[in-house]
Design a protein around this ligand. Sequence first.
Ligand code: ATP
Ligand code: MG
Length: 403
Amino acid sequence: MKYDRILIRYGEISTKGRNRHKFVEKLRRSVVNALTSFPSIKVEASRDRMYVILNGEDGKEIIEKLKGIFGIQSFSPAIKVERDVENIKQATLELISSIYRVGQTFKVTPKRSDKTFELDTDGINRVIGTHLLKNIPGLKVNVKEPDINVRIEVRQEAVYLSCETIQGAGGLPVKSAGKAMLMLSGGIDSPVAGYLSMKRGLELEAVHFFSPPYTSERSKEKVIDLTKKLAEIYGSLTLHIVPFTEIQQVIKEQVPENYTMTTMRRMMLRITDEIRKQREGLAIITGESLGQVASQTLESMFAINEVTNTPILRPLISMDKTDIIKIAQEIDTLEISNRPFEDCCTIFVPASPKTKPRREKVHRYESFVDFEELIKEAVQKIETLNITTDDAHDLHSEFNALF
Ligand code: ATP
Ligand code: MG
């Protein structure tokens, strides 16, 4: 007996009340997109589950693809059988016989969504359990920790058999939670922050500050490659490259050295917020982690964050560097981030930036320069790229190893 479908269980989306339909539709689209290389499959979605009907396609390969899709809690290869006790007995026996290895234990877990079925759960348990025990020599029952858990689900239209549950990636379906701008440097942290946000359903656009000739084309390439990695989740990702040299030079000339970093961050945030407005986003995401460097102390954040009311999401705020690196490794961005090209911040960052900058002081230092004008100019000169990936979704399955 061969599995003819894969049953997909939703995670948290099933708690989303009236929005549920929208969420299910987003998830269905993710599944369809991830499985374009299997032309014969069919995807059936209903409000509480989804089926990928295999129609002869390779279930194992499809399972690998499904493992990376956000919004899936778990899934099981399954067989659909007619609602007839003899049929169920026979199909269950064939299924278990095909996977059973001598000495293994089992239990039956019936679920009766349709109460009109002739057997109740105890009845299914007894009839199927007895049939299996009688026909598979050596098979034993173990209700606590069975090797094989035979799930029999009776629904109105049919009965579904499965005995393996595979963990899904969790999270929420892609692009189901609104749009945000990801401040993407060439470092280790921000791509991880981007990944975690995408996992939670956010729709991202990336913003990168670039300071030629102080930063080279190769550091730009590095950011493009990072964007490409993240793009594998959507198929493509928009990247805004902001020319930042002039502003940085003005800051260096006009602001006392120990405050240059604070002002530089404030300018980055103001520009990102401008882009956010134009792109109709609702939040800004950074890779900041509390106390990691001078700009990430709470005092610094207090001084920097002042320039906007827009929610700033910091998915890594409480994470240690070692944990962040682990995720970067899993999602395959670490190697790119580790390429040794200079970032605009590292070049202009002073030897001893203020770890406890004060707002009043920043205001005074910034008051001598018309930053508004410089920001406008920078925004006008933004280069917007649509980064696509050739093999969308392949990364998806790599990602899943972690979650
Ligand atoms: P990362 O590893 O993400 O670069 P980091 O630990 O090096 O982070 P910072 O350099 O202080 O920390 O940057 C903090 C955050 O500010 C980054 O995570 C990123 O979101 C944003 N950021 C820094 N530099 C840039 C840049 N050149 N372009 C866009 N965003 C940036
Ligand atoms: Mg950095």
